[in-house]
Design a protein around this ligand. Structure first.
Ligand code: ADP
Ligand code: ASP
Ligand code: MG
Length: 457
């Protein structure tokens, strides 16, 4: 069995869906379990819908639902009318009814919560409608093209706990259900299709696993099903030496270790969800990152670290972060202050990314989306607090980079014209991160890329 996950751009429209179906059709002998995201941009629209609903903007909310309905029906029309000439034009009544039903359920919830706070379970349902729409359309089309496909609702097995909007899978429960559900579905089908991103509590409340989490759904499913491989199909040539959208000369990386890929994802490489590596690594399942627009390209394979050479593999970034600096002479020769400071972060539920300390000060980075004013107020009891805004974190990642001669010197060479606010070396020797002014970020990334990947090419 293999698990194949297709992201939003791989199913963005009728043309992309056709390409994806052709990729799947070549893997039938491997028993593919296909996991899909929403069509590109749809989850963003659903977030907008949720915000507009809470703000009481009925007309704009209605427009969003109507645009979503049109977009998905247009995909169906285009797919159905371009079915190959040897096959009869498929009957689109049922799939159009399904789209109507999903959009009606969105409208019902929108009206019910207009101008008020939407309960998290309803919000989770609304946000996951993109995955319901895309999977139903893809499933309809696969069957119309002769690929016998069973669509399985991910909420029949993806049991989660914790926050409804950033839920954590209950691995034991997921395994118990997924194995049976998938086995049964394969009895009458060549392909099993399901949704990423969504989950459900044991009581039956809808949940979601957080933005970009379809990669995680797929990897987890691969783990519990003991898949031979996990394939993450996206819009770039695998994990690259930098984000190809910022560095056009970035190249796909042939091989990465599980540790390197996880570190890259944690430090901003959006191509993989930060939690998507661990399930594959647990069972030593190779995880491939592939380009659905260029299926012939080899892509990246993520596997055991023994197959991987030392050195810098990629540059990643978080574009908008803040640095909180806590200066406190009280820290000198005292123990336990750090624990107290981090207890305040925990009380406010603010997670810290980078940390750098000296005798009398500690600096930490936090995502700019996080509300930090109440936290900063509480931290003031420890000393003088300053906040640097509009900063970016840039990281280099690779196996044993600190042990590679000249790597750190090369970083200094690449950033010699930029102001560095903070520098932090991960304790795993896999990562070195710096904080720079946001307007400088792209230049710093391109300079680092030149130094590490373009010399002598
Ligand atoms: P999908 O919808 O398929 O899940 P994402 O948009 O989540 O796709 O991830 C793919 C995007 O990740 C690419 O288009 C690219 O801009 C971005 N990206 C960031 N860093 C990297 C990197 N190191 N290698 C490849 N892509 C990267
Ligand atoms: N559709 C969801 C999102 O946009 C999940 C995903 O794409 O992985 O966040
Ligand atoms: Mg993604």
């Amino acid at each position: 069995m293999i698990v194949m996950k297709f992201g939003g751009t791989s199913i963005a429209d009728a043309v992309a869906m056709r390409r994806t179906i052709s990729i799947i059709s070549k893997k039938l002998r491997s028993k593919p379990v296909v996991v899909v995201s929403a069509c590109a941009g749809v989850t963003n629209s659903l977030h907008q819908l949720v915000d507009l609903t809470e703000q009481g903007e009925k007309e704009q909310a209605e427009q969003i639902i109507s645009a979503l309905k049109d977009r998905h029906k247009n995909i169906v029309d285009e797919l159905a009318t371009t079915v190959d000439t040897k096959r009869p034009t498929p009957d689109t009544t049922d799939i159009n009814n399904t789209i109507d039903k999903l959009c009606n359920s969105l409208w019902t919830l929108t009206k019910a919560h207009m101008g008020g706070q939407i309960p998290d379970a309803d919000k989770a349902y609304m946000l996951s409608c993109g995955e319901y729409l895309s999977s139903n359309i893809l499933g309809f089309m696969m069957n119309a093209l002769g690929l016998v496909t069973a669509l399985v609702n991910a909420r029949h097995f993806m049991i989660t706990t914790g926050d409804h909007l950033c839920a954590m899978p209950e691995v034991g429960e997921v395994a118990k259900r997924a194995i049976g559900v998938v086995e049964k579905a394969f009895k009458n089908a060549d392909v099993v299709l399901t949704q990423g991103f969504m989950g459900v509590t044991i009581e039956g409340d809808p949940t979601i696993l957080g933005r970009g989490s379809s990669d995680y759904s797929a990897s987890l499913l691969g783990m519990v099903l003991d898949a031979d491989r996990i394939e993450i199909w996206t819009d770039v040539d695998g994990v690259c030496t930098a984000d190809p959208n910022l560095v056009p000369s970035a190249k796909g990386i042939g091989k990465l270790s599980y540790e390197e890929a996880a570190e890259l994802a944690r430090f901003g490489a959006k191509v993989l969800h930060p939690l998507s590596i661990e399930p594959a690594a647990t069972k030593n399942i190779p995880l491939y990152v592939l380009n659905s627009m260029k299926p012939e390209v080899e892509g990246t394979v993520v596997l055991n670290s023994s197959c991987i050479f030392d050195g810098v593999k990629s540059i990643s970034y978080n574009e908008n972060i803040r640095v909180i600096n806590i200066y406190s002479p009280k820290m000198i020769n005292t123990s336990g202050v750090m624990a107290k400071i981090f207890a305040v972060f925990a009380q406010h539920g603010v997670s810290v990314d980078m940390i750098s300390t000296s005798e009398a000060s500690v600096s930490v980075t936090v995502d700019a989306k996080v509300q930090i004013d109440p936290l900063v107020k509480d931290l003031a009891k420890f000393g003088n607090i300053t906040v640097d805004r509009d900063k970016s974190q840039v990281s280099i990642t690779g196996k044993n980079i600190i042990g590679v001669k000249g790597a750190v010197a090369s970083v200094f060479e690449a950033v010699s014209d930029s102001k560095i606010y903070m520098m932090s070396q991960g304790s795993s020797f896999l990562n070195l991160s710096i904080v720079v002014d946001r307007p400088e970020m792209i230049t710093v990334i391109r300079n680092l890329h030149k130094v590490f990947f373009e010399n002598g090419d």
